[in-house]
Design a protein around this ligand. Structure first.
Ligand SMILES: [Fe+2]
Length: 301
């Protein structure tokens, strides 16, 4: 790659407007037209923003400090930039633009900061809670195509918060995954597993994004949900949640991710025979949800 420092004008004594044009021009020799278009649009909007609010030097320094802190607190398990994207609605905007679904297909929602690759493998009927605290919850459903035909062998990844409102990755004392796992649909496209009932939870608020929410007097709460990511050969991967109907935060999700089609009834049973045939003397929950996948436009991802 060669660097190209050509400029169509002298880069000195720039007025405010000439500065923007010069910065735009500095991206005009980019190798990738897409990169050029994205960066030039970013520059235009950034400078418009700076000028619209007449940003002070102190405020710009605050912004740089905020982004620095966001980076410094981030790790593989603490994804502060994802939280920032989620709480600014950017995640849902990008998801909305890139996941136009046909009627009947399962809608996508935020990926969130708590996904972990290579979660434990389970069989249908297993308890994926693996010790996570909470009321038992028996989940079952199916994965099918738009025409209703079942999709056997679909890979379903599941992750959720427990009754403490925490994901396993937020509990440093845990050495194994809990309330997290993956399994395959059976020959009829069905899946079923035991877990714990999800609870509403606050997104992590002990970092810069928490400061942002407090400054805005915004709630950090998310309504109770279970995350699902479903992949099958020949179909579009869908990353989504199933939300608990009646949750007090269902209409005030801190990350704007709720859709009507993703709300399901979680039925509470005081005691008795669970769907897996066991008899429980404690309260438990059941939830049923059917996922519908879009055909892949190209090939499996
Ligand atoms: Fe979540």
């Amino acid at each position: 790659m060669t660097l190209d420092n050509r400029s169509t004008s002298q880069r000195r004594n720039l007025t405010d407007e000439a500065l923007i044009q010069e910065v735009l021009e500095s991206f005009s020799h980019a190798e990738s037209p897409r990169f050029q278009a994205i960066m030039q649009a970013l520059i235009r909007h950034l400078h418009d923003f700076l000028r619209e609010v007449n940003l002070t030097e102190c405020e710009w320094h605050q912004a740089i400090t905020f982004l620095t802190n966001t980076g410094q607190i981030s790790t593989e398990k603490r994804q502060e930039f994802i939280l920032l994207s989620d709480t600014l609605g950017a995640s849902m905007q990008v998801i909305g633009m890139n996941n136009k679904k046909a009627d009947g297909a399962t809608e996508a929602t935020v990926f969130g900061p708590f996904y972990v690759k290579d979660s434990p493998h389970y069989q249908n009927g297993d308890d994926i809670a693996n010790g996570a605290p909470g009321d038992p919850c028996f989940v079952e459903g199916s994965v099918c195509a738009l025409d209703g035909s079942p999709i056997p062998g679909a890979l379903i990844e599941i992750w959720q918060a427990d009754e403490d409102g925490l994901y396993d990755v937020q509990k440093p004392s845990l050495s194994a995954a809990a309330a997290r796992g993956q399994l395959l649909t059976d020959a009829e496209g069905r899946f079923y597993f035991r877990t714990v009932s999800p609870e509403p939870y606050p997104i992590p608020s002990d970092g810069p994004v928490g400061d942002l929410l407090r400054a805005a007097r915004r709630s950090p709460m998310r309504p109770a949900h279970i995350h699902f990511r479903i992949q099958a050969a020949g179909y579009e991967t869908v990353t989504t949640h199933v939300f608990k109907a009646g949750d007090p935060y269902i209409d005030s999700d801190a990350v704007f991710g709720v859709k009507d089609s993703l709300i399901a009834q979680f039925h509470r049973v005081e005691h008795g025979h669970a769907p897996d045939g066991t008899r429980l003397s404690e309260p438990f929950w059941t939830m049923q949800y059917d996922f519908v996948l879009m055909p892949s436009a190209t090939h499996e991802r």
